[in-house]
Design a protein around this ligand. Structure first.
Ligand SMILES: [Zn+2]
Ligand SMILES: [Zn+2]
Length: 380
């Protein structure tokens, strides 16, 4: 009998998605309805037989552990394992890999007891790296990005976040399959005696639920979950900054088999603004003023994140002079920041040669009255 992985042309550690894909490709090629090639029917049966085992996490794990023996009618994994443990002289442990999803410990005989329970291994042991049908599992935490318009970060508001996340599988309504029956591995008890130390652990075939399916949902491989594209409306507090994140409890991946949902962690990315600059809770806005306003002072209306304000330009306002408008910065809950107006006197553009010549004597007079050492500080 050929090795089942070889039949499907996949690696021993291939995941279920690639196994399914390999099977579909081969099945299409050798299906008796499609090809008249001699021996195609035999080939098709061999492929289907291999997929029945390798495409099923439980059967696959037993095949990995016990090889062809696991395919014999009436094969009993517990007995085979007990025999193997005895033969291998391995106290209290497990001679080969564990059955069930992911099988993080590989096949071979020499798995030490400590390896199974030391450090962070428990997570992968119970969580199962893949497959894992039937388990009660907390949904995954999902990390995402939320682009936040500048003004939303300043005033607070809502953003729509496109999100691809696990949700109920629509094919099976989140059930994971049909024909629910007591788990054969644990006789429906949900727990198993491991080895000779009287250790009782959750059944890793059914994740402690005590049930399995006669027909596992193909769309979700029995997990009851599927990817779903959604749009989530997220409340952004005023003061949001790039680099900060928001954790939304229970908005992550759905739990499996009634487990709690995971969280959604949104990393914020605040957009730039064409006119406003932000420094912590304060904002800066450059305000063009005319030469006459700069020289003679005046009162101008400027927009702010909340309502427009009228500000007084002092006489002789220099380029870059700053005016503080209290409370018109970032509208943070614990106290609003300030808005700083940076005054930019503008030389009128589009003047004729004649107009420029007219204005020149006055400009020269002002230059002489002001600071004559204009470029004194220009040293590198
Ligand atoms: Zn079980
Ligand atoms: Zn499903």
């Amino acid at each position: 009998m050929r090795d089942l992985y070889t039949v499907l042309g996949v690696a021993k550690n291939a995941d279920q998605a690639s196994i399914k894909k390999a099977f579909k490709t081969l099945a299409r090629k050798y299906h008796p309805d499609v090809t008249k090639e001699p021996g195609a029917e035999e080939k098709f049966k061999e492929i289907a037989g291999a997929y029945e085992v390798i495409g099923d996490e439980q059967k696959r794990a037993l095949y990995d552990e016990f090889g062809e023996n696991s395919l014999r009618p009436g094969f009993n994994a517990e007995q085979a394992r007990a025999y193997k443990n005895f033969a291998g002289g391995f106290p209290g442990g497990n001679g080969g890999g564990f059955p069930g999803g992911g099988n993080p410990f590989g096949g071979g005989g020499g798995v030490r007891f400590e390896d199974l329970f030391a450090g962070g291994d428990m997570g992968s042991f119970f969580g199962g790296g893949g497959g894992g049908r039937g388990r009660v599992t907390k949904g995954a935490d999902i990390e995402g990005r939320a682009r936040v318009p500048f003004m939303v970060a300043v005033k607070g508001g809502e953003v729509q976040v496109p999100l691809r996340r696990p949700a109920h599988c629509s094919a099976c309504g989140g059930e994971g399959g049909t024909g629910q029956r007591p788990c054969r591995a644990c006789a429906g008890k949900g727990r198993k005696n491991m080895g000779q130390r009287g250790l009782i652990m959750a059944c890793d075939e059914c994740g402690g639920t005590g049930v399995e399916f006669a027909n596992t949902c193909v769309a979700c491989d029995g997990t009851g979950r599927a990817q779903s594209d959604q749009k989530l409306t997220v409340r952004i507090p005023a003061g949001a900054e790039t680099g900060k994140s928001i954790r939304l409890k229970g908005q992550g991946g759905e739990g499996v088999r009634g487990g709690p949902a995971g969280d959604l962690v949104l990393n914020l990315e605040v957009d730039e603004h064409p006119l406003l600059r932000r420094k912590g809770k304060d904002l800066e806005l450059e305000v063009p003023i005319s030469l006459s306003e700069a020289l003679g002072g005046g009162s101008v209306e400027v927009p702010t994140p909340t309502t427009p304000v009228r500000v007084k330009i002092p006489k002789g306002a220099a380029n870059g002079a700053r005016l503080r408008v209290p409370g018109r910065g970032v509208q943070a809950r614990e106290g609003a920041g300030d808005l700083y107006l940076i005054l930019r006197p503008v030389i009128p553009s589009g003047l004729t040669e004649e107009a420029l010549l007219d204005a020149l004597p006055l400009a020269q007079k002002l230059d002489a009255l002001g600071n004559p050492e204009l470029r004194a500080g220009l040293q590198l």
